[in-house]
Each structure stands twice: as C-alpha cells, then as structure tokens.
Write a protein that binds this ligand. Structure first.
Ligand code: ARG
Length: 478
C-alpha cells in the first residue's frame, strides 16, 4: 500500500544540500507570554502562532528547540489583584471559571482604585508583602498562577501548541537585584534626578536614550527582570540563539535589553533576536470584543461548522466538530501569515473562511482531496514508477514546484517570515487543483495511473509537511 507519510516523503526537501551550511544548535524560542488576570489579546494570539511556526521550523531543520512561555506574573498589578481578590474575590468562582473570575476581579479593582485611595494603599501594601515573601500573600498569588497555567495548558493543547517551560517574570525578581548590583559595580547605573536608576545607552548604536532599570524605592522593572531572565537562560540552556516574539510596540524594549546585555559584557547578546509583528484590527466575536483566547477558537469552530453544514460536507465525517476546529484554526493561521509580519492587518472572519482563494480552508480542502484520492487507489503499488510518464506540462510544473520546497524553508529560516511557506503551499494547491482535473488517475493505463498517483502523493506529503510547520493539522476528510 502507498505510504503517504513514509520515511522517504517525510524527509523530502529537508535533506537538501542547501542545509549543509546551516549551523545547527539549540534555539530558545520565547512566545505567547500572556499576563495573568489581563486580557489575552490579538497580540498574544499572533505571538502564539508565529512563535509556534518558528519553533516548528527550527526543529524541522534539525535544531534542538526549547519552547518557552514567559508569563506576566509579577508587578504592581498583582498588588491590585491580591487586594481586589480580598475584597471581591470568591474561591468558588475561582474554581469554576478561573480566567474569567481573575479578569473580572482585576477589572473591578482597577475601576475602584481610580477614585478610591484606600484601594491603592491596599494594593501597594499587598505587593510589598509579595516582594517580602509574606506567606499568605504568596500563597494566594501562587494559587492564581497555578490555576491560570492549568487553564492555559488546556487551551494551548487545543491549539496544538506545546511548551517545554512556563517561566515568568516572577522567577527573576531576586536575580534582578543581582543584575542591579552588577550594573552598579561596572559603573553602568546612573541615578537620575527623580531618584530612579538608569543605564545610558548612547554608545550602543542609535539608542540615544536611557533605560530605567530601578525605581526610586529599589524595586525592579519589566526590563530588569528581562535582563536577569536572559542571563539565567543562557546559563541553564546554553542556547545558540534566542528568539523573542512580541508585537512591534516592544521593539525599543528589546533593543535596550540587548544593548544592556552587551554593555555588561555578554557577547552572546548578538545571538538574541526580536521577531516583531504588527497589530490586528477588529478581532471580535459574536460575544463582542475578544477577552480570552478560547473565545476566538470557539468562534472559528462555530463559523466553520456552519459553513460546512451549508456546503453539506459533514455527512462523511467521523467528527465534524473536530474537523471544523482544525480547519477554522488553519484559516486563522493563514490569514495571519499571508503578509509581512510587521504589517498591521484587519481581521476578517468571512474572508479567511472562504473555501476558495488563498485561505487555510483551501489548503485543507486540497489536502483532503489528495488524501481521498490516495485512499481510494490504495491498491495501486506506487513505490516503483516510471517518471518518464509524467510528461504533461501540468506534471512538470508541479515537480518543479516541489523541488523548491527546500529553498523556501531556507529562506524562511533566514528571515523567519511564514509568508514564503504560505505562498508556496497556496501555489502548490492551485497547481494540484488543475492537475486533478486534467490528469485523471482512474481510467488511465495502469503505469500512467501509477506515475500520476505518485506525483499526487508527493504533492500531498509536501503540503502536509509544510502545513505542519505552519502549525496547521492537516485533515483527512473535508
Ligand atoms: N507579557 C508581555 C506582554 O504581554 C510579553 C512578554 C514578552 N517577553 C519578554 N521577555 N519580555 O506584553
């Protein structure tokens, strides 16, 4: 029987000579990184799928990959959340729907704090307790963190995005103090008029600005924890490269981070890279503005299922809901990956879910058609075939296109932009669609049928491998 994802196929494009010159090593990819109790916004979704793509790509090219989620789990907002929970929180609600409840408490306490001085005092006091490692405050915070991670794990699982490590800002608050000491010892820390501490980056390229790394009360900031985290990761994981994936509003933050690391003498800062992306406008669901990742996934599934029912394609499927989920996700991913990552784009449910055109639905549809062809011709032994029988332009164009797979992966590895692969797979799908019409397998002489089947099965493997790198799970039937 034809082995659609056999050894040979799976390696197709990956053992190219092009890759001989590529250095292989350990890549640490930090992505997704939502903040506890805050909204999981479109930026976090983009970071999640882009980071997953980069990790998949690095892995498929033979690197060891560490996938890290760096949670926003520290800072003054936990003072507010803690104080808020003591006032409006409920353990019961926390157990039933933790993400929602923490978010509600956070919104409520923020509103309250705007006009209520005592809430602000309570929040500061709670955070001070946390920083002093007061056991009661710490155990509440820990509970928030654990519950959140547990929920997120489930959602990431649903997305098919695995993480090796859930780290977070909280892991590095003590090390942040060591960083400050080190900066002081090296004479890099300047006290400003406001009493804060800053590092002068004017000598580090065009960053004429100063980066504040310590508040006047001695507490650390987001960037201070990032410096500590980077040093800690280098020591623990000996990465050869580290990639951070966030929206472009943090570009300056990462340039400053890398600049400070260089000033501290960490030459490996050269191997750190920030992959930034643009904003998404108008990401909303029928419920309204998106607050949780789950809402987007549910909406994609519901809409896709609706389209499938309308097109009457669900009859043959074992689990239409599951198919709708996978296809809906691929629609989201392809829409997001089509353009340059830095560009902003407008979120559009109807357009992304179109069955024809350059959408994720179209890729899935093509894959399912190819799989169905392969399944229904499983009796044809396709291991041995005569390539000379693939004479038509339609076949040759596909063969030539398939040969470009390695080059596309090579290029993607260089600039970490998924659009090359998306374009390549979309074009492949269009070529396959015409070939399926014009190069029938059924009814052709056996040797021709066999050669064509082999061509389609090669196209199917490359399509599936490419989709998997993008973070899309190819479906069997659609
Ligand atoms: N939690 C941050 C946010 O939501 C993103 C973290 C990015 N990573 C980092 N190492 N700073 O904006």
């Amino acid at each position: 029987m034809l082995e659609p994802f056999g050894e040979e196929d799976a390696k197709f494009g990956f053992n190219s000579e092009l890759f001989n010159g590529l250095k292989k090593g350990t890549s640490l990819v930090e992505f997704s990184s939502p903040n506890i109790a805050k909204k999981f916004h479109a930026g976090h979704l983009r970071s999640t799928i882009i980071g997953n793509f980069i990790a998949n790509l690095k892995e498929s090219l033979g690197n060891r990959v560490i996938r890290m989620n760096y949670l926003g789990d520290w800072g003054m907002q936990f003072g507010l959340l803690g104080a808020g929970f003591e006032q409006f929180g409920s353990q019961e609600k926390l157990n039933v729907n933790p993400l929602q409840h923490l978010f509600d408490v956070y919104v409520q306490v923020n509103k309250e704090a705007e006009h209520n001085e005592t809430v602000q005092v309570a929040a500061r006091e709670f955070f001070r307790k946390l920083e002093r490692q007061d056991s009661q405050a710490t155990s509440l915070w820990q509970q928030f963190r654990e519950i959140t991670v547990k929920e997120y794990r489930l959602i990431y699982e649903r997305l098919g995005v695995p993480f090796d490590i859930y780290s977070g800002e909280s892991f590095h608050q003590e090390q942040a103090q060591e960083v400050l000491q080190c900066l002081r010892n090296r004479g890099l820390l300047k006290t400003t008029q406001r009493g804060t501490g800053a590092v002068d980056l004017s000598e580090e390229g065009d960053m004429s600005s100063c980066a504040t790394v310590v508040r006047s009360d001695g507490t650390s900031l987001y960037i201070t924890r990032d410096i500590a985290a980077a040093i800690d990761r280098k020591e623990k994981f000996h990465f050869d490269e580290m990639i951070y994936v966030t929206d472009k509003s943090q570009q300056n933050h990462f340039q400053q981070l890398f600049g400070i690391l260089r000033l501290m003498g960490h030459t490996w800062a050269e191997s750190c890279r920030h992959v930034s992306f643009g904003l998404v406008r108008g990401m909303s669901t029928r419920k309204g503005e998106v607050v949780f990742l789950e809402d987007v996934l549910d909406e994609a599934r519901t809409r896709m299922l609706h389209n499938m029912h309308q097109a009457k394609t669900t009859k043959e499927m074992d689990d239409p809901g599951d198919t709708a989920e996978k296809v809906g996700m691929s629609a989201l991913i392809v829409q997001d990956f089509k353009g340059a990552l830095e560009s902003d784009y407008k979120f559009d449910w109807d357009r992304m879910l179109q069955a024809h055109g350059d959408t994720g639905v179209f890729l899935q549809y093509t894959h399912a058609r190819l799989r169905s062809l392969i399944r229904s011709n499983s009796v044809i032994e396709a291991k041995e075939f005569d390539p000379a029988l693939l004479l038509e332009d339609r076949s040759i164009v596909i063969l030539q296109h398939l040969l470009r797979f390695d080059e596309v992966l090579y290029q993607s590895n260089r600039d970490l932009q998924p659009r090359h692969l998306v374009n390549f797979l979309t074009r492949l799908s269009h070529l396959v669609a015409s070939a399926l019409r014009e190069l029938p397998v059924k009814g052709s002489p056996p040797d021709v049928a066999q050669a064509r089947l082999r061509l389609f099965s090669g196209a199917c493997s490359v399509l599936a491998s490419g989709m998997r790198i993008l973070g899309i799970k190819p479906v069997e039937k659609m």
